[in-house]
Design a protein. Sequence first.
Length: 232
Amino acid sequence: MALRELLRTLLRRWYVLVVVLVCGAFLIAHFAAEGAVFSTRTAVTFRYAESGELDRYNGTADKSVISFVATIAQEVNGGLPPTTYSSDAAPLYGAGIRQGVQVDVLNEGNQWFPINRKAEIDIQIVGPTHEWVEAKQQSLLGDIARTTQERQEQAGVPVEARIVGNTVPLTLQIIRIAPNRSAQLVAVVGVGVASLLVGGWGAVMLDRMIMSRRRRRARRQAAVAEPEGVAA
């Protein structure tokens, strides 16, 4: 389709473009109204109860301890495997999640090739307010501690041989995530361009449908009128 023909089509079906642009504007306004989110990524490391944090063989890298921690993480996560991404460093809010929780064993690989070298539970939380995220954080830490203790009690593990979890203090921090002016501008431009493309495509498709219908109607009318002309 030539540029001149495209412009004529857009002028004929301008209302399609307007509707899509309005929808894009509402989408931008919706995301802008939601504002910032709050996020935290809390780590809980596990080791043998009778060992120190700096001991070389404290169980942190022990495969059996890592396996046990994985079962704790999955149970606290509701019995479901966590959603994985191409990189474990990807935050939940980066995937478009504005309110959610994920509990998993620290993965140094990716979704196709997981590597668990450390007995550490990674808690990711994203929510609309600082208070909501903090409440979830404390609740999950309590669930992890309680589940760890209960499972070892049920298995009859002696107190001196048990595995204990320790929260890394610096990871308790809750941060506020909000787009800067540049990111907002890029988002507005991106939605605007997408709206123009979708609106233009919709206008062209609708115009083709209408014109095709008109041509079929004209052919039928011509076919009906032709015998009458011959009979006359």
